[in-house]
Design a binder for this molecule. Structure first.
Ligand code: HEC
Length: 205
């Protein structure tokens, strides 16, 4: 190959380097820019905090139920306790005008069916994962006085016992799921798949 390549690469990097420097590096940001930035950082902070509270509550109970009673009892426990747990997490967030909920395009419980905005968020995460093998950490969107912060939920090893393919799910668990969720769409996942999202609704007051 010719020796021209390193030269043109050098030129290219020089151009990239130059163009990545802001022209007015010493101009202070305007008040508006500061407000916008603070607003966004606050949304991320509140959204993360609320999502983590829900994940923590659900995971702690799930792990404990599996460890102490096995996966068959855990599936019963999960199905009975999930809404109650979300409810108590929401009680702690209410005073700040925050609400948190799990939704999935392949939902098990119809109460977790996504609305149109949820679907946009799910598509955003799924497309990015498919295209770049990269899962963005959040998606933010505004709806009137409400802001929604979305956090993706992925399938881990633990989840396969109740959301995996036929060979992952113990027979008794499959039976329970058939009886209690006749329209279950939440099986057939593989490790790493996008399972759904946590939707955090922030009301500006
Ligand atoms: C022991 C069985 C079991 C395991 C293990 C389990 N789940 Fe579930 N999952 C359920 C059941 C049952 C529901 C339905 C809960 C309800 O009725 O509200 C559910 C619901 C969900 C939902 C709500 C959306 C929907 O489809 O209704 C999400 C999201 C979810 N699970 C994610 C996960 C993830 C992620 C893991 C692994 C960390 C996991 N689950 C592990 C049994 C399980």
């Amino acid at each position: 190959m010719s020796s021209k390549i390193p030269g043109s690469l050098l030129l290219l990097s020089a151009i990239l380097l130059w163009s990545s420097f802001p022209v007015n590096a010493d101009t202070p940001p305007s008040d508006k820019e500061i407000t916008q930035k603070t607003g966004r950082e606050e949304i991320i902070e509140k959204g993360e905090e609320a999502a983590k509270r829900l994940i923590h509550a659900l995971k702690a109970h799930l792990t404990k139920a599996i460890k102490s009673k096995g996966v068959v009892s855990a599936v019963k426990y999960c199905s009975l306790a999930a809404e109650g747990l979300s409810g108590s997490v929401n009680d702690t967030l209410k005073k700040d005008g925050v609400n948190v909920k799990r939704v999935s395009d392949r939902f098990r419980n119809p109460a977790n069916k996504p609305d149109r905005t949820d679907l946009v968020a799910i598509r955003y995460f799924r497309d990015s994962l498919k295209r770049d093998s990269y899962l963005p950490p959040y998606y933010i969107t505004k709806q009137g006085a409400q802001t929604r912060y979305y956090k993706p939920i992925r399938i881990g090893k633990l989840c396969l016992k109740c959301h995996g393919t036929e060979k992952d799910i113990p027979k008794a668990v499959a039976k329970y799921l058939r009886e209690h969720y006749p329209e279950d769409r939440a099986t057939g996942y593989k490790e790493g798949d996008l399972r759904g999202v946590i939707r955090v609704t922030l009301n500006s007051n």
